[in-house]
Design a protein around this ligand. Structure first.
Ligand SMILES: Cc1ncc(C[n+]2csc(CCOP(=O)(O)OP(=O)(O)O)c2C)c(N)n1
Ligand SMILES: [Mg+2]
Length: 322
């Protein structure tokens, strides 16, 4: 695989940023939730960072993504400013959705970020509409649609893949199979080993990748983007991964400790760091420096969020229609 050094370093920066953002978000959640100052539930993306980064790092600014309830990583990878995101978590006027959306509804059309969604599978038909628009207007923009394993059991998944494939729409479906939908393991939801196998029913390629390997995701998504831009229709990519935190912070986690430890050994960040060291792309000192810069940016973002003002109640009706 031929990837520019700058892109590889940017991938590492994004991986660090998402992990650090999620750590800080958890802290803000604990400090603010009882007082009702945290907007929405918190669904941590820790452990799954390689999916968003591998998928988004090479997208164009005018390409679009549809995110989910577990969407901070998608927003960061698509170029959102962590200050505005952190302010959104606290419902501040300076937030990326002007403090109206909170954790699950980060939205920035100028970045091609068409929003997170608290409704499982709701992004799939929205992605279809976005891709249809690009095809209709004759642009070569692609739309990347993220959703979970559980969400692939929604009717919207089947309806969307069918139509996207029939009309050869430029959309890339990325299933983040983190092995659970709340507490239900995939083995209790699917009669087939791979969700990607379902692509056969819609006449489009279905690919399984190691979602904890940022380069594997990058390669698979790169191919799918090429296909979509060339007018050859959608691809379903299933990324096998794992979340480290409970579904949302307040739901008891009954997952097996050995299983959790086994996945942590495949943590996407140390794996990629090791690759960069082995290939002599970055030194340990450079990695440490980058991590330090990211941590400082996250602290500054949290401070910005904390000193920002809440929206003026008189403006409650603003921004309802884009
Ligand atoms: C239509 C709908 N049904 C149920 C819920 C409640 N709910 C929120 S997240 C979730 C599980 C989602 O699982 P998955 O799609 O695998 O995503 P993950 O949380 O694992 O990232 C459920 C059942 C919802 N938000 N929307
Ligand atoms: Mg899941």
């Amino acid at each position: 695989m031929d990837i520019q050094r700058d892109t590889l370093v940017e991938m590492l920066r994004l991986l660090y940023t998402i992990r650090a953002f999620e750590h800080k978000a958890r802290q803000l959640y604990e400090e603010n939730r009882l007082a009702g100052n945290f907007l929405g539930a918190l669904h941590s993306y820790e452990g799954e960072e390689a999916v968003a980064v591998g998928a988004c790092v090479d997208l164009r600014k005018d390409d679009r993504i549809l995110s989910t309830h577990r969407g901070h990583g998608h927003c960061i990878a698509k170029g959102a400013d962590v200050k505005l995101m952190m302010a959104e978590l606290l419902g501040k006027e300076t937030g990326i959705s002007k403090g109206r959306g909170g954790s699950m509804h980060m939205f920035s059309p100028e970045l091609g970020l068409l929003g997170g969604n608290g409704i499982m599978g709701a992004g799939l038909p929205l992605a279809l509409g976005s891709a249809f628009t690009a095809q209709y207007r004759g642009t070569d923009q692609v739309t990347v649609c993220f959703f979970g394993d559980g969400s692939s059991c929604q009717g919207t998944f089947h309806e969307s893949l069918n139509l996207a494939s029939l009309w050869k729409l430029p959309v890339i479906y990325i299933c983040e199979n983190n092995q659970y939908a709340v507490t239900t393991p995939v083995a209790e939801s699917f009669p087939v080993p791979n969700i990607a196998d379902r692509a056969a029913g819609y006449g489009c390629p279905g690919v399984v990748v190691d979602g904890n390997d940022v380069l594997a995701v990058y390669e698979a998504v790169g191919e799918a983007v090429g296909r979509a831009r060339a007018g050859n229709g959608p691809t379903l990519i299933e990324c096998k991964t794992y979340r480290y935190q409970p579904h949302c912070m307040v739901i008891p986690d009954r997952r097996d400790t050995a299983e959790m430890e086994e996945w942590q050994e495949r943590d996407p960040i140390p794996r990629f760091e090791q690759y960069l060291l082995d290939q002599h792309i970055t030194s340990e000192a450079e990695q440490m420096q980058l991590r330090q810069q990211v941590n400082e940016a996250i602290e500054a973002a949290a401070a910005f969020a904390q000193v920002s003002s809440l929206p003026d109640p008189d403006t409650v009706a603003e921004y309802l229609w884009a």
